[in-house]
Design a binder for this molecule. Sequence first.
Ligand code: ADP
Ligand code: MG
Length: 315
Amino acid sequence: GKVVESGKAEDVFTNPSHAYTRRLMSAVPHADAPKAPRNAAQGEVLLQVAHLSKHYKLGSGPFSPKREFRAVDDVSFTLRRGETVGIVGESGSGKSSIARMLLRLNEPTSGAALFAGEDIFELKGKALDGFRRRVQMVFQDPFGSMNPRMNVRSIISEPWAIHRDILPRERWNERVVELLELVGLKAEHAARHPHQFSGGQRQRIAIARALASEPELIVCDEAVSALDVSIQMQVIELLADLRQRLGLSYVFITHDLPIVRQFADRILVMQRGRIVEEGETEALLVSPQHEYTQALLRAVPQPKWLRSDPAPIAG
Ligand SMILES: Nc1ncnc2c1ncn2[C@@H]1O[C@H](COP(=O)(O)OP(=O)(O)O)[C@@H](O)[C@H]1O
Ligand SMILES: [Mg+2]
C-alpha cells in the first residue's frame, strides 16, 4: 500500500534503488536470464501429432458460398517424455484449438495424435478415463475453472473422487497438504476458498489439482498470461521444478515469446493455423528464419529509451 520508489522511468528501470524495485525489474524476462533446469536425457516419444486439422464451416447465407476456415491446418509435432514444447503465436493462430483437441474436448476434422502409442481420438470407456487422468490441463483463468463454493481441499481432492483407484480416502487430507507444499502453499490454505487467494496463488492451486491425478503430460494454455511479471516467473520456476522432480512433460502454449524462452526445449511458431517455424528454443530465438517469428520477437516491448525506431507521434 506504499510507494517505495518514484522517479524518471529510465532511472527507475536502469538504476532502481529500492530492493523491491530491483526484484520487480529482474523478473522481467530477458535474453540473458538464467534458464530453468532441464532434463538432460530425453525419453521415449510420449505424444505424436500427425497432420492435425480443425476446420470450421463459415458463411452459409443464400448468396455467400460455403467457406471453410482452417483454425488448425496440418499440424505435426512430437513430444518426448520429460520434454517441453512451446507453442507460440498471436491470438487466433489456433493454439487453443490444438490444446482442446489433444484433451478430447473438441473433435479434429482430420489427423491423428498418439499418446504413449495410442490414438487419442479413438479412446473410449476405461482407456479414455485413464487418458483423462494421465493428461491434465492448466488454463489462463484458474478462477473460472474452480467451483467458488468448494474449499481448496475439495478442489484438489476432486480427481480422487472421480478416479477411485488413485488414492484411498483416508490418505486424501495428508496428500492435499503434500501437494499444497509441493506448489509452495501451506497446509492451512486447504480450508480456504478460491476468492481468498491472489491470482498467482490460485494458479498454484490449479497446478496442485492437476498434479493430484499424477499426470504424465500437462497442457498449459496461457497458464501464466494473466499474472504479473514477477509472479509469472515464479510459476514458470515451479513448473520447471516439477518437471525436474516428477519427470513431467509439457505442451506450453503462450502468445508471449520471452516466457517460453526460459522454459521450453523446443518452440513451434503458429500463424493462421499452420506451424511456420520450429526449432530448439535458443537457436530459434537467436536467429529466427521466418518473418512472422521475427515480427513476434520485435513485438516484445522495449523501453522507449532503447527503441531504435522513432516513437509514433501522439494525436
Ligand atoms: N467454434 C468455432 N467456430 C468458428 N471459429 C472458431 C471456433 N472456435 C475457434 N474459432 C476460430 O479459430 C481460430 C483459432 O482460435 P484459437 O485456437 O482459440 O486461437 P488462439 O488460442 O491461438 O488464440 C480463431 O480465429 C477463432 O475465431
Ligand atoms: Mg487461446
